[in-house]
Ligand binder design. Structure first.
Ligand code: AFP
Length: 359
């Protein structure tokens, strides 16, 4: 086989494993399915543009001071650029209403269109300076007849109504983690092919794990149940869990989440005692819901500590929620710690009272 034939063979392989082929076969041939597929294609095109901006180190990609968004987070120039790129993608799709972390209120696009897009255009943007992976998290919801008088209300449906959800990771590779409700798959942007190709077929998050992800600097602000859970992990082989745990915290949810898809783990960002953090930090509609959808579709679990994330009815577009997700058995275990504080008193005094973060 000469070089040209080899290239053709690779191109053919790329086409058959392409995101496009996946969307064609998995989204269905009904109008809504086709519009979901087309919207995902538009989001992918925007993500490639954003990736090019990031890797070029252009002026937009540089961090800097800025205004605050609706949630009070400082906006970087790249947050604004990303928001505009995805808003343009939404305008080129069958989107009625666009709800973004970077916009105070939902943006009406076409009240007659069948879909609503909720998005965090650039999650983890406080990491831009440090060249850590950042991402875009998105959720597609149906706009039904009941939403016609006020299409923005479509963004306030519980996450179990999502038609598709996913996130892009701008890291060493541009990846797309995607679920259209039939499992979760990972696609890789191939510059030579010019599009996304399948990277990991069907993701399965291991049910068991010995790795947790949390910002341990907030330990003193946590509820006692969560401190106890982490204490028990930290106690390792000598503690009640009788095995050693590892900790990872990238502070960029897409990157922490992707690691959990690849090798299991548990992510915790619960409410804590700091001012403004009673509901944690993460947003229900455009962060927790899409992640929870992909996690559940990969066999994992996602809760607010006790209740399933996907069953929560959002109060408003920017509402926060405590969030725990990852390996199912570990997420269930956290719920047991949260639900039954009295069980903690039965634990050995060594593990019930002592904080291993204290000296
Ligand atoms: P930014 O988008 O402001 O960087 O926030 C990122 C994030 O929402 C999420 O990606 C991280 O898991 C979390 O914040 C990290 O929060 P802490 O800095 O409080 O650990």
């Amino acid at each position: 086989m000469d070089g040209a034939e080899a290239l053709d063979a690779t191109q053919e392989e790329c086409m058959s494993s392409s995101l496009d082929a996946h969307l064609g076969s998995e989204c269905g041939s009904d109008p809504i399915g086709r519009q979901v597929a087309d919207t995902i294609r538009q989001l992918c095109a925007a993500s490639i543009k954003l990736r090019n901006t990031i890797i070029s180190g252009g002026v937009e990609a540089r961090s800097g001071g800025g205004d605050t968004n609706a949630g009070g987070d400082v906006q970087k120039p790249l947050d604004i650029v990303a928001d505009q790129m995805f808003l343009d993608a939404a305008k080129a799709s069958a989107i009625a209403v666009y709800g973004s972390e970077e916009q105070d209120a939902a943006v009406m696009i076409d009240p007659a269109a069948p879909l609503a897009l909720a998005i965090d255009p650039l999650d983890g943007s406080s990491n831009i300076d440090t060249n850590v992976s950042i991402g875009t998290i998105f959720s597609l919801l149906p706009v039904g007849e009941e939403h016609r008088s006020d299409p923005t209300s479509a963004l306030l449906q519980p996450g179990n109504r999502q038609l598709a959800a996913g996130f892009f990771i701008y890291g060493p590779q541009l990846l797309l983690v995607l679920s259209v409700g039939k499992g979760t798959r990972v696609f890789l942007f191939s510059p030579s092919f010019g599009g996304f190709v399948e990277h990991i077929g069907s993701v399965a998050i291991p049910e068991e794990t010995s790795e947790f992800a949390t910002n341990a600097a907030n330990y003193r602000h946590w509820d006692p149940q969560i401190r106890s859970y982490i204490d028990d992990c930290l106690a390792g082989e000598e503690g009640p869990r009788e095995r050693n745990f590892n900790m990872r915290w990238i502070a960029s949810m897409v990157a922490d989440c992707y690691r959990i898809f690849v090798r299991g783990g548990i992510f915790l960002y619960l409410g804590d005692g700091r001012k403004g953090y009673t509901e944690g930090r993460l947003r229900l509609v455009y962060e927790a819901n899409p992640v929870a959808f992909c996690v559940e579709q990969a066999g994992g679990a996602a809760t607010d500590g006790s209740s399933r994330i996907l069953d929560i009815v959002p109060r408003d577009l920017h509402a926060r929620t405590p969030l725990v997700f990852g390996s199912k058995h570990e997420v269930d275990r956290v719920a047991r710690y949260v639900a039954d504080p009295s069980a903690l008193t039965d634990r050995s005094p060594l593990f019930g009272k002592r904080s291993l973060f204290r000296t």
